[in-house]
Design a protein around this ligand. Structure first.
Ligand code: GLN
Length: 457
């Protein structure tokens, strides 16, 4: 099959889709890139492969909205570092995927462009905030996708949609061109239907970028070439703190069954505990909202963003632009974040959250002296119904209980399908020490080869 035919299959799937996984589809650009690949003009490791990009990642000449009215018409003048890398390797960028507005959410319901749906059950959420990316990959509307993960936004939808998703080590992938939400915690990462494809995409996007001062100059290994490395003899920790109240017993069982499979492959598993994880959810939300309130200050309609077409004094214009450009959840977070950073409250909230973060990081450092990796359920339960939690923000924040600790500690975590509840996929995360993504891929690869959990529709 030619690249053009293959890309046309993706475009057809998108056209027929009921998922609302895409905000913008670049039909023309995708066909042109596919033809270039067929003509041999695009070579590289991803030549001709259709890839979907979360709409928080800048694409030159292609609208990048962050699923917000605020950026409804924004067309970036440059490509994000990761997008540049993809183009260099010949990937075909087919479109920009639906997400929670400015990446704030766990369900892809807060999008200005309407909710995205779970491919396994159209009444359920795909997870979030990179819901469109995971749904598109699961439903074969794209072969690969990029998401971003500040507190779970790659792993949650990967788990709910039955695909593989990696939150890399902080600093492993450049954030240049990613619209910032919680900049001290977020990373762009790969989403794919198999571990090998996920590793292949990661190999392309990882690496040092002088345009991101938090990017780290650490050599990028050939992850794919080493996927079959021996895993027998590895020590894996199972922290009981990830199996707390609210974890569905079906999810818990699926995780333990997966651990038994790994044991049959020679991995040693042992229970452990990380007592400071109980602070993770509150520490995460205070920091994420504080960072958001600062990062989103630029959207005032003056240089960036939606503008109400009326002339007023500066204050009124600023307020009107922001009041009509941002959705409800974004406003809630900006208000709370501004409050947490304001004089008199800074020590009480923000600083305290930073201290809790340090304790949580120390928990991870301690367990990684003893274990090569950790295993835990990615999400406490399977995908929930659209509308079920959206009116109760706290209940939605609690969904992130198992994903946010990883971002606070800047370590990598790979979510892989490990079972189902009825039709709905269950995911487990394999967590490693900083820059140890290779080991996560190896464990996941062996697990995948020895089980039958590939969930692609
Ligand atoms: N659900 C979390 C939040 O709303 C994580 C989002 C993300 O990783 N971008 O903050």
């Amino acid at each position: 099959m030619s690249h053009r035919e293959h890309v046309e299959e993706s475009l057809d799937a998108i056209r027929r889709s009921k998922l609302n996984a895409f905000i913008t589809v670049d039909y023309e650009g995708a066909r042109r890139q596919a033809e270039e690949a067929d003509a041999g003009e695009l070579d590289g490791r991803l030549a001709g492969i259709p890839i979907a990009i979360k709409d928080a990642i800048s694409t030159k000449g292609l609208r990048t909205t962050c699923a917000s009215k605020m950026l409804e018409d924004y067309v970036p003048p440059y490509d994000a570092f990761v997008v540049k890398k993809l183009r260099e390797e010949g990937a075909v960028i087919i479109g920009k995927t639906n997400m929670d507005e400015f990446s704030m959410g766990t369900s892809t319901e807060t999008s200005f462009f309407g909710p995205c749906k779970n491919p396994w059950d159209l009444e359920r959420v795909p997870g979030g905030s990179s819901g469109g990316s995971a749904a598109a990959v699961a439903a074969q509307e794209a072969d690969l996708a990029l998401g971003s993960d500040t507190g779970g936004s790659i792993r949650c939808p990967a788990s709910f949609c039955g695909v593989v998703g990696l939150k890399p080590t902080y600093g492993r992938v450049s954030r240049s061109g990613l619209v910032s939400y919680g900049n001290s915690m977020e990373q762009i990462g790969p989403i794919a239907r198999t571990v090998e494809a996920c590793a292949a995409l990661f190999e392309v996007i990882a690496g040092y970028d002088p345009w991101d001062s938090t990017s780290r100059d650490v050599p990028v290994p050939h992850y794919v070439a080493r996927l079959t490395d021996e895993i027998a003899g590895l020590e894996v920790g199972v922290p009981q703190d990830f199996f707390g109240e609210g974890v569905d017993p079906v999810v818990e069982n699926a995780t333990w069954e997966a651990i038994a499979v790994l044991e049959s492959l020679g991995v040693h598993a042992k229970e452990t505990s990380m007592p400071n994880l109980k602070y993770a959810l509150s520490a995460y939300y205070v920091q994420a909202m504080s960072e958001a309130s600062s990062n989103l200050a630029r959207y005032s309609g003056i240089i960036y963003g939606h503008r109400v077409q009326k002339d007023h004094d500066w204050h009124t214009t600023f307020s009107e632009n922001r009041a009509s450009g941002f959705g409800k959840e974004v406003k809630r977070r900006l208000l709370l974040g501004t409050y947490a950073l304001s004089a008199g409250y800074y020590d009480k909230y923000y600083l305290k959250a930073r201290k809790a973060r340090a304790l949580i990081s120390r928990d991870f450092q301690r367990v990684f002296k003893q274990f090569d990796a950790l295993i835990a359920p990615t999400m406490p339960y399977v995908a929930f119904k659209i509308g079920e939690k959206i009116e109760d923000p706290l209940s939605l924040y609690k969904v992130d209980i198992n994903t946010v600790p990883i971002n606070l500690a800047n370590v990598p975590s790979l979510s892989v399908p490990c079972g189902r509840k009825g039709r709905l996929p269950i995911g487990m995360q394999i967590i490693g020490d900083q820059f140890n993504e290779q080991l996560l891929f190896n464990i996941a690869f062996q697990f995948e080869q020895n089980t039958n959990n590939t969930c692609a529709l």
